[in-house]
Write a protein that binds this ligand. Sequence first.
Ligand code: KG4
Ligand code: ZN
Length: 354
Amino acid sequence: MKTYFERMKNLCEQLRKQKKVTILAIESSCDETSVAIVVNGRKVVSNIISSQIDIHRHFGGVVPEVASRNHILNIIPLIDQALDSAKLTFDDIDAVAVTQGAGLVGALLVGLTTAKALCFALDKPLINVNHIKGHIAANFLAYPKLEPPFICLITSGGHTAIVKVVDYVHFELIGSTQDDAIGEAFDKVARVLGLEYPGGVKVDRLARGVEPKLKFIHDGLSDSYNVSYSGLKTAVINYVHKLTQNGEPLDVKQICASFQHEAVDMLTSRVIRACAEFNMDKLVLAGGVAANSYLRESLDKLCKTNKIQLFYPPIEFCTDNAAMIGSIGYYQLLSCDPADLDISALASIDLNQA
Ligand code: KG4
Ligand code: ZN
């Protein structure tokens, strides 16, 4: 008798010949539980997201154990809702894609264990997805004609990287943060300014229309594609503490605008340089911070000047969602083996792992 893995390898070979492949996708890496149904990696049939932001706001950030417990409460009702809203049943699902990492291990485990249980019960292939690649694939949902190769700038709460997307399953890391992610820096600066979690979007709003006048750091890595956000974050925090201790007023809008400019300019200059060096005329944005209005406006201008086509996902696909996991899961199914049922959740993950 063949093992589950052998059966699924054969099944995937058959699915590759099928005209229509329907994937149920699950995302639970941080504070969003999400289940989606995606056809052929491009068409979102349903995408249900349950955000825990209101729960974690009370704590000023995501509390991992609280996140895991809420994923447990949410996951099964969300699967039912995703199927109902697509007017489908489990019989219509060809494979299950799930985020294996990176993220909070306890949170990831909820989605991963559910996906494994579904695959075991339904005898369907399991596709283990790298969350970062999912963010990139959000653009395949928004732009039906977008195809690799292209340069991608990944800017999220957990990751900051410049990546060459060679094809749907080959990714080369060009540069990344040496410490904090850009979204993390946005959230910490927001916190010291007394803005509610998640603060990135609030910093963005307060900075709008404000001419930046403060300079917090010197970009010491400007010759490389790597960036560092720890220094910038600490400089802003120290500046705020110093003014507060001296009883001087804080110009919150000015601090937001100046920080945002420095944080974003570090990336935009590098990513335009990467497009030139790697001879790419397509640039794709991905991740939660891709929603930032200054980042979008700056790249709009720079890409026009440099004759680069710019793509960024609509806001609902910038933050965590399962549809993006279903998209990249489809392309993995087309050219890679499915996963076995003994895989573990991974807190951190290399770009070409999963
Ligand atoms: O991709 P994402 O949902 O989660 C991770 O995978 O990390 O990104 C969330 C991050 C948070 O740090 C949030 O503050 C930030 O994206 N963010 C923004 C904006 N909208 C969300 N940062 C700056 N400007 C925004 N408009
Ligand atoms: Zn994410």
